[in-house]
Ligand binder design. Structure first.
Ligand code: NI
Length: 239
């Protein structure tokens, strides 16, 4: 049974809140992922993982926040970003909205590294409004089971952005979208530079948008393994 908030009615949410105050909130980004990765990878991966965790643990799942803090990707067409302060405010108000209805445990499933700093700042803001809130964050690609699998199968070529892991996960969850994307061979990129970077600095250092990855190693099969590892790991940690 779907646990998606958007597929429920308000009386169903009221009923849910009589026994459970916990909600999963998938967050990601709409941003370039190199020449062969989908622009939606960060929110699509977080959303699919959150939906599966929600079904397994019978926990309600909020609609995904498709946009994040992706200022440094703005030199690539298709990227949509909030400024850091706006993102902090959006996250704070999502928590406040749900909190008003009686939710008091918020588990964020995140698909984008640039969101981590503003997310944790927003959690401090929300906690200042209500000290009883229990707020948790899972950055799915940081889960130890996920990083171990990536290290074994991709090594250094997993990279830091447009990684083999995240492209694989969406090859598994969204195979149709990859049908029209031709395979390419990739040269190594520069090392990870000084951070933060402006959009233009990023594009100069990483001209095709990748950071250290070789997306050629990605596959739907790896994606299925990584997806299941992430879902199982989060379910286990939520027990
Ligand atoms: Ni990404």
């Amino acid at each position: 049974m779907s646990m998606n908030l958007q597929e429920k009615t308000w009386p169903q949410i009221e009923d849910y809140l009589k026994t459970k105050k916990h909600i999963l909130i998938p967050v990601g980004s709409t941003e370039q992922h190199g020449p062969t990765g989908l622009i939606g990878i960060d929110y699509l991966s977080a959303w699919e993982i959150a939906k599966a965790v929600g079904e397994k643990t019978k926990t309600l799942v909020a609609p995904p926040l498709c946009f994040g803090m992706a200022v440094h990707h703005m030199a690539f067409p298709g990227t949509i970003t909030f400024s850091p302060l706006t993102y902090i405010q959006v996250i704070t108000e999502i928590i406040q909205s749900l909190g008003r209805h009686g939710f008091n445990k918020f588990t964020f499933i995140n698909g984008h590294g640039g969101n981590i700093a503003p997310l944790t700042t927003a959690f401090c803001q929300a906690k200042q409004h209500n000290e009883t809130y229990d707020i948790n964050l899972f950055n799915w690609w940081h889960l130890p089971e996920v990083t171990a699998y990536e290290a074994e199968h991709f090594g250094k070529e997993n990279g830091f952005h447009a990684t083999c892991g995240e492209i694989s996960v969406t090859m598994f969850t969204h195979p149709e979208a990859y049908k029209d994307i031709p395979a390419m061979d990739f040269k190594p990129t520069q090392e990870r530079p000084h951070w933060p970077m402006s959009p233009q600095e990023f594009r100069e250092v990483f001209p095709d948008g990748r950071m250290g990855s070789n997306p050629r190693l990605s596959s739907p099969k790896h994606g299925e393994m990584l997806f299941n590892l992430a879902v199982d790991s989060i379910c286990h940690k939520m027990e």
